[in-house]
Write a protein of this length. Structure first.
Length: 422
């Protein structure tokens, strides 16, 4: 037994953690009367204790004020989405005018591609990664077909060139260069969902723009996980969900980014009343005048009850600060990596890049021996109160979230794997 494997070691790490108090801000599911070791923040983040109060405030306002709740008192519903604008901008490294909370992820991707994927006969191609999350691939393929082009030739899928399905920047750059004269849009993930690989958004946006294409990002696994700098990346647009690392509940309201340079651009879009400039919205005129910035891509008024938990979570991110969260995340995943290397390498292979700059909270772990062994281990972990998530055919994703996981959770995972092997 090395120091890595002792309770004293994790106790010292957790006692020195400046964010240790945030764990108490969350409701952690229990197993056999004890808190679970919950590593599924990459799929559904835990409930902040403050979420209930925000939801109940909306319910009480509805009860007491009914329709007048749109215009009276604190947290008025007409401007409710503005309450999350500045903290959301801080979370993703954007200017307030560049972000909006609205809809859900794939809806936002379609709305943004309506503006930024404008294929022509000369430039019909849309480039994504091979093995993209199915919803992204469905969206991309349907956009190509919608515009009358053929996905067989005009949906470009970059193949991974590294072990375990990883992508080098050289592979991305080479494929962009190969299709540079045909590319209309590069749509890339901030973090690849299966492998946990994080990408250099600024570099990819630069490659896309140099080829004459637009560039957008799906940040479902990056927001609340990486220290993003969306404005400085130069990306044209991005979309994401808030139910993973941003802990805003199942099916939570999503988010969108449109770069400031497009804030007043006369871009084609699908228009809705809520995207109309607020200063003239209630004149009820027939002509659409888009609100400046990302607000102009809204369609309908926001679902207030669904947006309330987002306020609770963003308050926690503001208090913790992304630099501190990233430092703790690196410590947690580094400890997990060390425990696997120190004694579990015969059971688990780490698929995610070893370089901390190329990953966030998630380590994707391939179970040696194939699917049958993998499912047996996954079910063993769950039976012992250690919850990750499963990806076919043989990968368990373990994602220690720095707001609520600690080093003791990580050691509990390693001990459960060792117990299964024994």
């Amino acid at each position: 037994m090395t120091d890595l494997h002792t309770d004293a070691h994790t106790a010292a790490l957790d006692a020195a953690d400046p964010l240790r108090g945030f764990r108490d801000e969350f409701l952690i599911p229990r197993h056999d009367g004890q808190p679970m070791a919950y590593f599924v923040g990459n799929s559904l983040g835990l409930q902040p204790r403050g979420a209930r109060a925000h939801v109940e405030t909306v319910l009480r306002k509805w009860e007491e004020d009914a329709v007048e709740g749109h215009f009276t008192g604190e947290a008025q519903w007409m401007s409710y989405h503005e309450l999350v604008r500045e903290p959301l901008a801080r979370l993703v490294g954007a200017k307030p005018v560049e972000v909006v909370a609205m809809n859900t992820l794939t809806v936002n991707l379609h709305l943004l591609m309506a503006s930024f994927y404008r294929p022509t006969r000369e430039r019909p191609a849309l480039l994504i990664e091979a093995g993209a999350f199915p919803s992204d691939r469905h969206a991309a393929e349907s956009q190509v077909r919608f515009h009358g082009f053929d996905p067989a030739t005009d949906l470009i899928e970059v193949q991974p060139d590294g072990p375990g399905g990883l992508f080098s920047m050289d592979a991305i750059a080479a494929e962009i260069e190969r299709h540079r004269d045909r590319l209309a849009l590069v749509l890339w993930p901030g973090v690849q969902y299966r492998t946990g690989q994080a990408f250099d958004l600024k570099a990819i946006a630069g490659l896309a723009h140099a080829a004459g294409a637009q560039c957008g990002f799906d940040l479902a696994h990056a927001v609340g996980n990486l220290h993003l700098q969306l404005h400085d990346s130069g990306a044209d647009f991005a979309a994401w969900c808030h139910y993973k690392y941003v802990n805003s509940g199942p099916g939570a309201v999503g988010g969108a980014f449109v770069h400031e340079r497009h804030a007043h651009a006369d871009l084609p879009r699908f228009a809705g009343w809520w995207g109309h400039d607020a200063s003239s919205r209630f004149r009820m005129g027939p002509e659409f005048h888009p609100a400046p910035g990302a607000d102009g891509w809204q369609l309908s008024n926001p679902p207030i009850l669904a947006m309330a938990p987002l306020r609770a979570s963003l308050e926690l991110f503001d208090r913790a600060g992304l630099p501190a969260l990233r430092a703790k995340s690196r410590s947690l995943t580094g400890y997990l990596e060390a425990l696997i290397d120190a004694g579990l390498g015969d059971v688990l292979e780490i698929v995610t890049p070893r370089d901390p700059a190329q990953r966030g909270c998630q380590l994707s772990l391939r179970v040696r021996g194939g699917r049958e062994q993998g499912r047996a281990l996954f079910e063993h972990l769950a039976a012992h109160g250690v919850l990750g998530d499963w990806r076919e055919p043989d990968v368990i994703r373990i994602s220690p979230a720095p707001l609520y996981n600690n080093h003791a959770d990580v050691l509990r995972f390693a001990r459960a794997v060792a117990g299964w092997r024994a």
